[in-house]
Design a protein around this ligand. Sequence first.
Ligand code: ATP
Ligand code: MG
Length: 770
Amino acid sequence: MQARPAPYLEDLNPAQREAVEALDGPVLMLAGAGTGKTKALTARIVHLLTTGRARPNEILAVTFTNKAAREMKDRVGRMLGQTVEGMPWLGTFHAICVKLLRRHAELVDLKSNFTILDTDDQLRLLKQLVNASNIDDKRWPARQLAGVIDGWKNRAITPDKVPASEAGAYNHAGPRLYAEYQARLRELNAVDFGDLLLHVVTIFRRHEDVLAQYQRWFRYILVDEYQDTNVAQYLWLRLLAAGHRNICCVGDDDQSIYGWRGAEVGNILRFEKDFPGAHVVRLEQNYRSTPHILAAASAVIAGNEGRLGKTLWTEAEAGEKVRLIGHWDGEEEARWIGEELEAMQKGTRGMRPMSLDDSAILVRASHQMRAFEDRFLTIGLPYRVIGGPRFYERMEIRDAMAYFRLVTSPEDDLAFERVVNVPKRGLGDKAQQTIQKTARAHGVNLVEGARIALEDGAIKGKGAGELRRFVDDLARWGRMTGDADLTHVELAQIVLDESGYTAMWQNDRTPEAPGRLENLKELVKALEGFENLGGFLEHVALVMDNESDDGGAKVSIMTLHAAKGLEFPAVFLPGWEDGLFPSQRSMDEQGVKGLEEERRLAYVGITRAEELCTISFAGNRRVFGQWQSQLPSRFIDELDAAHVEVLTPPGLYGGGYGAAGMAAQASPEIMARQASDLHERASRADVYNSPGWRRLQARAADRPLSQPREARHQVIDLEAVPSYGVGERVFHQKFGYGAVTGVEGDKLEVAFEKAGTKKVVARFLCGADD
Ligand code: ATP
Ligand code: MG
């Protein structure tokens, strides 16, 4: 008698099972969003463990975010029915490379306690180099140099290997400054993000024995979101997989959204060439989203050329259409979404009650978050910001971290520069230059430089006394890290208080000061989850997540990029406006290619939603302090209108659209009023004269929306009611697809495929000919 398969296998469909059970040799799972790629990958890990093919620490599993890594660990644990100890090699490329690099730092002339710089430090450093070489950084911004260098690192190009064709980069100084920058990083015992991979690849290339050791060690390699690997990551994987050749990659070419950071969708397309005999598995059933959501997303992505093309289907009920709504401005959009979220919690506005945990707001650009954060703080709606540089990017947090960095590693010159005069210690530019010069002359770090400058009497006046105290304090705090009676949390608090940093914000009268003090408290709280300061600093450098969590339900706010791989019952996609989404840059600079990447981002966004997807745009928006009128995103045009419901903008019926909006749809009288209201509003601002707004008007009047694209740009007679003939295939929001069997004025009899024969009003239907 054959035993029943384990539960983790029973949960899978045949294609997924095939991918899980094909344990040996290369496997590629290439499939659309929500088809269970990540689920299958997770089951594969469980399968490897339960069949005894590999021990937990012999599996190398790469996820795209730290959050995804945590989730995968949890899921493996749940499937195994026990917590997984020791999967040290399950993490992001960066997290895994930090571990490898700490072990072998000396092979690239680093010490194993190297610092990981964030982009801010990186820029400061580059600026110094640019200034020192007399380049006008107004014409040649350091940021541009950072981009050039990152580009090389993403392609695993070391300074000595910059191709001749790129010698002209950054006003011909690029290659030289790259070399200088790398040298300076070594002096500082520091690496930037790009180095993590570059150094490890360099080590693997130069030291066959080291590589061979890991090739043997990692029996099985698994990679999620393979479409977003860059060249360096790809090389790294190929080097490691060359041993056992047990590599399983999963991905979706339609979700490749990191081209701007050097990801090469080509990696996924050439997998079969790199790994001959690869077992390729395609998955087609989507388990995440309702048909409307899936259809809307598929319609958008269909606009891209050169896709592999995939069929997606689902067994889910039709559910709600994708909702579309326009707002006057960004604040109104935030207010409306806040109200929606409150209504969802209560289950009003005809929605099933949902926890805030079930919802997410996905923005194109992180500056969009502020409006939501402000609004939610005002109304007391709990939210969390995920995946981005939010919390830890804040000034006070970065200052505090610089203090911690100096305590754990006095040679961190960048940290010293950041806080030597914060709070004010009476050290002007001149004093700081003196410190720099002294340090350079003696070949020591800035803390030492300061000490010597003080001894030499090179720094005088009030600043001298304060600087002496600062330098002495640093040494004292440094010694305290070894004090067994003192926790690192207590030490952190002592550092912030004794340095005068806390007092600086307590005495600050600006409106932001109380919030900053709150953030500092949060920071100290966050430290509790770690064993020591060093571990925490590493976590922050890698994670940059606002993780402080009281356990209560919260709506998540994140960028579309950070939302990759995640899913939520309800998703809000605000800011669908040309120039914001697609971004101005993608429209200006990169032509079709940039636009295609933005379109994939739209596809990623919509396909995060399980039940309810709400797209919105604003007519006016303040972008970097300036008001701009906005046009609805071209992607709105590309949504298949048969799967979209246009909501009445708030303000038309004395506030929220809610019940009034519903009524508006039901009553022709109110429909007419709505139309004339829209006309009135149209005269008030240019935006309402835009083609986009007219499209919205037409939709608000519940026109059939499945007409050809060109026609949608015409002004449509708002009173007209669509007409259908017997035999025509139609779609109804509630009843789904059906065929017209009888016509009586504006009432139709329709034989629905699922709901049976019903009488319905024509305006609630749309053609389903496409
Ligand atoms: P993405 O491309 O967005 O990363 P994905 O292909 O990785 O998506 P998963 O996140 O693994 O998809 O799965 C999507 C959802 O479908 C999850 O909630 C998952 O639990 C569920 N799911 C996957 N496979 C099955 C299955 N065979 N039966 C039931 N539910 C499934
Ligand atoms: Mg996934």
